[in-house]
Design a protein around this ligand. Structure first.
Ligand SMILES: [Zn+2]
Length: 501
């Protein structure tokens, strides 16, 4: 038995409260993004070795590794100019890779951003939409499904409960490990699996399933560590040291997650109140994840060279950044689409592509076409992004184009070194009860985004208005989401996302 999203939404919202929905719609609750998450139940790994009928890729098909890091601002990495040593491993990886100066997240919310990577569709165009919970992937072929169709062995390992299989992130994976029961546990309602544990699972898979199969592999590993609360392991607590400024004043605690001017509840730590202390803790969470990213890259390279004797492709990005005081917002994301939350690392290593830096905009929607093209896999699924490999191999510049960071009630359209921030766009989403034809009371503000990372108001580029209007009206997600199974609604209820009948 299935229940359509529209039906379930209309029927259930009176009696059922989706915490993720509430957390995203109401400012001040739950990190928009990574809303208070209940402890998930143990979930068995979906282990299913590739059936013999699957296509067999050529012997030179590359192994492919996708690394996503939660809540990682590009400008807190050495390769993007951070003056502290938070990322020696990523910096070393970057020296053999293409570093894109301006990677733009499709959202500042976890599930929507990852859904854009998996589908090459902007937030408004895929079926997860701009929320962290009530609808799922499945309308379009995902990145993993395309790899699986082409004969790859596929596996995904994630550290955030918002990426669990109920949203369809397991589609196309022979092994999808969203079992967080061995993780760090719940801190201020946030549950995560730390990098060491996620890595151990991925290494085991490389040494077992992958090593015992002659197929190329697609491996996705997600690291949760930089996400708040900032609690780096002891071994990394002093890796980066940031001194307190002479005029620095302690930050007050605030009572709501998105209140201005202070530390929100989920980030409050006893005895920690200065911005420099939080900055140091955040940098050391990155340093800890960086250590394990270095180990993963090492393991994957060794596996590719020694065990499967294939070249390999690796792409590292983040789902979104974090406000560290911009606009008097502290240690949150999911509330806006400006560069502190939208500018993410985007680093690609592939055979036959010269390392170096590239200006110009790239986006989460480029992840899927880029990785598939580098693996020689074609797809006829609709895509909003582009394959970057051919441009890089031909030495061509990135094209002038618009990419979106979109959280429903607000989006920013980035083009060149500017962006227009548009508010009031959630009215264009076809949610039950909303008129799709109602005029949108949009607020437009244009900014110039400088090379030093700052941004400042500029005059409106009116040529952006027509494409933004077209895009904001393009929403398909909610009503076209694949039906949820009754057991999935039961699972939501078990996880605490559903309250009532
Ligand atoms: Zn996230």
């Amino acid at each position: 038995m299935t229940v359509g999203y529209a039906e379930s939404f209309m029927k259930l919202t009176c009696s059922i409260q989706f915490l993720a929905l509430v957390s995203t719609l109401l400012p001040g609750i739950g990190c928009g993004s990574d809303s208070p998450a209940p402890t998930p139940p143990a979930s068995p790994l979906a282990t299913e070795i590739a059936p013999p009928s699957r296509a067999h890729p050529p012997d030179d098909a590359p192994n492919v590794l996708l690394i996503t890091v939660d809540t990682l601002r590009a400008d807190r990495l050495g390769v993007y100019g951070y003056p502290f040593d938070s990322s020696p491993q990523i910096d070393a990886f970057s020296r053999d890779a293409v570093v894109f100066d301006r990677g733009i997240a499709a959202s500042s919310v976890t599930a929507p951003s990852h859904a854009s990577m998996m589908t090459s569709r902007h937030t408004r165009e895929h079926t997860v939409g701009w929320l962290n919970g009530p609808s799922r992937l499945g309308a379009d072929e995902t990145l993993a499904e395309a790899f699986q169709r082409a004969g790859y062995l596929t596996a995904g390992f994630v550290g955030n409960p918002l990426l669990d299989r109920r949203l369809g992130f397991d589609l196309g994976f022979d092994v999808y490990d969203d079992d967080l029961t061995s993780g760090e546990g719940r801190i201020h309602f946030h549950f995560e699996r730390i990098a060491e544990q996620t890595s151990a699972r991925a290494f085991h898979w490389l040494e077992s399933d992958a090593a015992n199969n002659d197929r190329p592999v697609f491996l996705w590993v997600h690291y949760q560590d930089p996400h708040g609360p900032y609690t780096p392991p002891d071994a990394f607590a002093d890796h980066v040291r940031i001194n307190r400024g002479p005029d620095e004043q302690p930050l007050p605690n605030v009572e709501r997650e998105y209140s201005l001017g202070g530390v929100p509840p989920y980030q409050q730590l006893e005895g920690v109140s200065y911005l420099s202390e939080f900055e140091q803790r955040y940098a050391n969470e990155i340093a800890y994840a960086d250590h394990w990213i270095g180990r993963l890259l090492e393991e994957f390279a060794a596996f590719s060279e020694d065990r499967s004797e294939r070249p390999f492709v690796a792409l590292l990005t983040a789902d979104h950044g974090e406000s560290l005081g911009e606009g008097f917002r502290y240690f949150v994301h999911g509330h806006t689409t400006t560069p502190e939350v939208s500018h993410v690392p985007f680093i690609l290593r592939a055979p036959d592509i010269e390392p170096g830096r590239r200006r110009g905009l790239v986006s989460h929607v480029d992840v899927k076409p880029t990785l598939l093209e580098l693996a020689g896999i074609e797809t006829d699924a609709p895509q909003s992004g582009m394959a970057l490999g051919p441009l890089l191999k031909n030495g061509e510049p990135l094209p002038d184009r618009i990419v979106y960071c979109d959280i429903g009630r607000e989006l920013s359209a980035y083009r060149g070194d500017g962006f227009v921030r548009v508010r009031g766009t959630e009215g264009a989403w076809p949610i039950p009860g909303a008129s799709p034809d109602a005029p949108l009371p949009l607020s437009w503000k244009m900014y110039r985004w400088n090379d030093d990372g700052s941004w400042e108001r500029s005059s409106l580029d009116s040529s952006l208005k027509p494409p933004v209007h077209r895009y904001s009206r393009s929403a398909r997600s909610m009503l076209q989401a694949p039906p949820m199974q009754v057991r999935e609604i039961d699972n939501l209820r078990a996880l605490g996302y559903v309250v009532g009948d």
